[in-house]
Design a protein around this ligand. Structure first.
Ligand code: PMP
Length: 295
């Protein structure tokens, strides 16, 4: 699914066959989760393939490298240019893009790496959490303590928390987990930000224990442009009582509705909520239709 014999990936300055891209068993990143990555999407638009918010994503990749002391020599412009070339070489317009900066040298020490490697992979990927409204369960796992790790960086090792939380929820028959932070406030999903709608307004967790996603920021902008109030605040699961809807946002998931959180069932179908209106505007924005409409 991620590649076939013809797929090309970008590895350390060259376009190579994806199936030949390898990492050594002694790589520091493999042993310690010491790597950073991005999740980006490109969309087919009337003006051709367009990478959505390439600059924001590649700036965040730089920030993630700095956060863990991983040296990285590519500029945002170079990365964007390489990604467009890679999409073209693979004949992809609608695509998911996965840059990974890793320490591939054999190294078992707990010191910052002195060099890094870059992989950029691209593939065709539908909405990560599907199209149907999700049934979530509050996870017994919390999001990592922001005083233990740079929580706003997309560090590979952080995703062990995501894998175990998501798998645990699925093991109990739910579609996905919803994680609280160390203080018991609702934080986010394993790979997406959480919003809920109550009394005609939207609420989402503030900076603290979450990755403030690029999709989250886009949705906040779209909501405010549409005159919808969005409040960033800490809230406990109890405050979800009386909410009429909720949704997850993320580059891979895009905007996906939430039908229930444990025994709390939302009273209104997702299609009738603010989240659905914003999902439509988001799609129009990423595919270039919203620009055309307002131009
Ligand atoms: N939170 C977590 C933990 C994530 O992994 C992601 C996906 N990158 C998000 C939120 C959403 O971020 P974005 O909208 O930038 O993809």
């Amino acid at each position: 699914m991620y590649f076939n014999p013809d797929t090309l990936a970008f590895v350390d300055g060259e376009f190579v066959k994806a199936e030949a891209a390898q990492v050594g068993a002694y790589a520091q990143s493999l042993h310690y989760g010491y790597a950073v990555f991005e999740g980006i999407r490109a969309y087919a638009t009337s003006a051709g393939t367009r990478i959505f918010k390439a600059e924001e994503h590649y700036e965040r990749l730089h920030y993630s490298c700095r956060s863990i002391g991983l040296p990285f020599k590519y500029s945002v412009e170079e990365l964007t240019d390489i990604t467009y070339q890679l999409l073209e070489k693979n004949n992809l317009a609608d695509a998911y893009i996965r840059p990974l900066v890793y320490a591939g040298e054999p190294n078992m020490t707990l010191k910052h790496a002195s060099s890094s490697n870059l992989l950029i992979a691209v593939w065709d990927w539908g909405k990560y959490l599907g199209d149907q409204s999700l049934r979530l369960s509050i996870s017994p796992y919390q999001r990592p303590n922001p005083k233990a790790v740079p929580i706003e960086a997309k560090v590979s090792g952080h995703y062990v928390n995501s894998i175990i939380a998501s798998s645990e929820a699925k093991g109990r028959g739910f579609d996905e987990a919803l994680l609280l932070d160390m203080n018991g406030y609702v934080a986010e999903g394993p790979g997406a930000n959480f919003f809920f709608e109550k009394n005609g307004e939207l609420f989402t967790a503030p900076q603290g224990s979450i990755l403030r996603g690029i999709t989250r920021n886009t949705i906040i902008d779209l909501a405010r442009e549409a005159g919808i109030s969005v409040t960033e605040k800490f809230f406990t699961p109890d405050e979800l009582q009386g909410a009429i809807g909720a949704f997850y946002t993320g580059t891979a998931a895009e905007v996906v509705g939430i039908a229930a959180i444990d025994e709390l069932e939302f009273s209104v179908p997702f299609s009738e909520t603010l989240g659905a209106q914003l999902a439509e505007r988001y799609r129009a924005l990423v595919t270039g239709a919203l620009v055309a409409q307002t131009a």
